[in-house]
Every structure is written in structure tokens, then in C-alpha cells.
Design a protein around this ligand. Sequence first.
Ligand code: NAP
Length: 253
Amino acid sequence: MITVVLLGAGNVATHLYKAFKASNAVTIVQWYNRNYTAISSYANEVDITDDLSKLKEADLYILAISDDSISKVSKDLPFESRLVAHTSGSVSIHDLDKKNQRAVFYPVQTFSKEAELDFSETPICIEVTEKQNLQFMKNLVQALGCTPYRITTEQRQTLHLSAVFVNNFTNQLYRIAHEISDAKSINFDILKPLILETAKKVQNMSPYMAQTGPAKRNDKKTIRRHLKQLENEEHKAIYELLTASIKKTHGQR
Ligand SMILES: NC(=O)c1ccc[n+]([C@@H]2O[C@H](COP(=O)([O-])OP(=O)(O)OC[C@H]3O[C@@H](n4cnc5c(N)ncnc54)[C@H](OP(=O)(O)O)[C@@H]3O)[C@@H](O)[C@H]2O)c1
């Protein structure tokens, strides 16, 4: 049985808590958050605390906390030589205080507390500073039904950068589309099957092959009309930038 102390109570920690709870191979020894009320409703399921000095012994301490607090909290941990991991895509493993053994447990997914998801579908990127902890981290990932990927800090940071393109930027484009359609009283639901199909297509096809639309076809007339329809200068600039990028990729001028 793998024992874990979970630190943090945000989007990632909440999903991790549920995934660990559901695993027969993992026990959550304790759940820490600096703000007690965020976890108080779990008091009848797990030992909870808002006091770092009261942390219990476990095989692993997972810091699922904001990127800019990882370094300080890892320094404040009241023990040494234990295994401590963070869950960030962009923070270096070396930001964890070296008084403990260090690891990264980066789940490549977008987590919101309110949005349910099947955690076992999440790829987990792992990193360790001590080689002897590698198998342990792989075992933990597999105990959740997930696939482990061993990567370097540089690869993880590049993966995080790629994730910003496929997730945050794409989502911002959804928001703009929502605003544009709302302005003309068009129900955003009409676009949802298109959103799903676009994401589904790249599961079996390269993004290059999956591209369609006026920029790829170099349909100048439609592009001109779209630019005329756009009232917001920022939306226009984004349309022009992405159109130029698609044209360049597909050899159009
Ligand atoms: N959200 C995602 O989709 C996602 C995906 C992969 C990886 N990650 C990574 O996972 C980590 C957590 O992200 P999240 O989205 O769960 O963040 P979040 O929802 O904003 O939650 C942040 C947590 O950190 C705690 N915290 C912040 N500053 C702290 C401090 N100085 N001392 C102690 N605790 C502190 C907060 O405590 P309070 O409740 O007291 O404010 C809260 O529990 C980050 O490293 C993030 O990069 C996020």
C-alpha cells in the first residue's frame, strides 16, 4: 500500500484526492491545506490539517499548490530525506528544497474542481532526482490506472508550452466564438459538435492533415468578408494572425 499526504485543495488536489480515494493501492494518510475551510467538509473521510508542523509520516508528499508557492512550502516542510513531489508543468524539480528527495508528478490535463473527469485517462509525466524513486513513482501512477511518462524538466516545460496552445489558446478562441455568436443571438450549442469533432479528428490524423477552412483553401473572398464582419479590432488581429499562420503552413500566399 502506498501512503500519501496531499497538500493543497485546489483544482488538481481535489481531483487527486478523488482518484487516490478510488484506488485500492493508495491510502491518503492526511490532507493539508493552509485554509482549513476548503477541506473541512472531508473531515469525516480523512485526517485533515492546516498546520504543516502536524504532517504525518507517508511514502510521498504531493504539493498540488500554486506554482509560486512550491519553493517556499517545500522549505517549510518540517522533515528531511522523505519523498516530496510537485504537480506543476513549468516549475523546475530543483525548486523543491533539497533537504528532501524530490520528484515531479505532472498530470497533463485541464482540471477544474467542478468538472468531472476520468482520471485514469490522464497521462502523468514523472521526474525524480534520486533514481531509486523512479519505480515507486511509476507504481503510484499505475495504481491510479494512468500511464507514466518519464521526461526531463526541459521536456516537461516544452510539453507545458504545447499544452497552452492546445488548451488555453483553443479555449480563448471558443470564448471569442461565443462572444461573436452571442452578439447575433446565435446559440453556442450549435457549435459544440464541431468543437468535439475537431478534437476527435486529431486522435487519428495529424493536425496538418486535419486542417480545413478558408485560410487553407486560400479563399480570399471569404476571408475578406469575415474581416469586414469582425467589429472588434482584437478579434480581427487574431483572425489575421491565425489566417497567415495557416496559409504559411499550407503553402498559400
Ligand atoms: N489546473 C490545472 O488544470 C493543472 C493541470 C496540471 C498541473 N497543474 C499544476 O498543479 C498545481 C495546482 O494547480 P491548481 O489548478 O490546483 O491550483 P489552484 O486551484 O489555484 O489551487 C492552489 C492551491 O494552492 C494553495 N496555495 C497557494 N498559495 C499557497 C501558499 N503560499 N502556501 C500554501 N498553499 C498555497 C491554495 O490554498 P488556499 O486554498 O488556501 O488558497 C490552493 O489549495 C500548480 O502547480 C499547477 O501548475 C494544474
